[in-house]
Design a binder for this molecule. Sequence first.
Ligand SMILES: Cc1cc2nc3c(=O)[nH]c(=O)nc-3n(C[C@H](O)[C@H](O)[C@H](O)COP(=O)(O)OP(=O)(O)OC[C@H]3O[C@@H](n4cnc5c(N)ncnc54)[C@H](O)[C@@H]3O)c2cc1C
Length: 407
Amino acid sequence: MDFKYHYTPEQEAFRQEVRTWLEENIPGNMRAPVDRLDLTEEHYTFWRQMHQVLASKGWLYPTYPKEYGGGGLSGEHETIINEEFERARVVPDFTNTYVFPTMLVWGTEEQKRNLLAPILRAEKVAFQNFTEPNAGSDLASLQSRAVRDGDDWIISGQKTFISGHGDPDFLFGPIVTDPDAPRHRNLGYFLIPCPAPGLELKRLNLLTGNDQSFIFMDNVRVPGDHLIGGDREGWQVSQTTLEIEHGGRGIVMPRDEALDNLLMYVRGTGSNGDSLGEDPVVQQDAMGAYIESRIHDLLSRRNYWMYQARQEMTYHGSQSALYRKEFRIRNADKARNIMGMYSLLGVNEPRAPFGGQPEVYQRSSLTGAHPGGTIEIQKVIMARRLGISRTRERAAATPSTSGVSGV
Ligand SMILES: Cc1cc2nc3c(=O)[nH]c(=O)nc-3n(C[C@H](O)[C@H](O)[C@H](O)COP(=O)(O)OP(=O)(O)OC[C@H]3O[C@@H](n4cnc5c(N)ncnc54)[C@H](O)[C@@H]3O)c2cc1C
């Protein structure tokens, strides 16, 4: 079976167009730094502007509907764009993209035009506002409260681990609207406009830097038309966000930079003049890393194909999310076995291989195990969907399965 995707001449011409444009318009000093911590104010300002330009070309969010600010292009276009963006070290948009499928499924026509479109056009940035100090894996234990006040809602409470660089224009996620209602029927899903009186964002400092924040909300006023879905449907709306976050949209991986670098390192020469790959122990680790990366690639591609083909999914998203979270930690270990102390040299160390990428990988493989459901939680979801759990569960609605335009 031939797993390689063969592009048509038209698609190759499109690739060339994207590649040339990026080469001509992205200055070398604005390309994504090896460590996201090194993103400067200058980078941020440049990319906020550039994301809007890319959106206007239809390349930032290629498959979303044109009328809401997307590109109206195909999955193949999206794949080519991903590959070329990765090649040109394009800094990703600062928005958490899980808001898009959620709004497409649950938003009204007005909300799609007034709230979704400015985010898809990269004029506004949205962060995912789910986790609370006492509600992470067990999201249904949320405590932040939304109380009606005329047409508006008044929101108070605290969120934590909210990812995003710079300041958001919106925070999206579930808040308790009726504390007396049963679990899963007691939430609304809000797009909270920022900045707002009573809303404070305080940076956390995690292993991978300070792109996560505490959010404190003290009587924050939110307009009624910023409630997505019904005022008791927040759990169901959240499941759409999580379905995508758990891998349900798949991805055609442009490339695994950590693996490519590891293989290049092994091809290099050891201190005794032999290729490192001649060492049988190194060879075993390197091939183990290669196989793991390829398996993940195939799982992600399968999901991407199923999503684009509007096939019903069950355990598939969580299977690839689980595999990704686990294999990256194993491959970071293998990189450490092979590169030794060099894998721990940071970006400012002249002797760090690949500009310090292996060191960044050591840290990001660990923090990457937590967001959007931990390793254990992915297994819980798979078990529920495979029918080997106390509760049974179907995949949540996504743009793919609910038949709305744009995926
Ligand atoms: C880098 C990073 C970025 C993040 N970004 C965001 C963001 O943008 N927005 C947002 O809302 N949140 C974000 N999070 C929060 C993330 O979603 C939570 O950390 C995650 O859901 C786990 O919740 P918790 O940290 O409260 O751990 P807990 O839920 O307290 O879990 C602790 C441990 O218990 C295990 N566990 C819990 N329940 C079970 C169970 N039923 N069965 C088996 N094991 C279980 C977990 O696997 C984990 O190992 C981010 C976290 C990190 C680290």
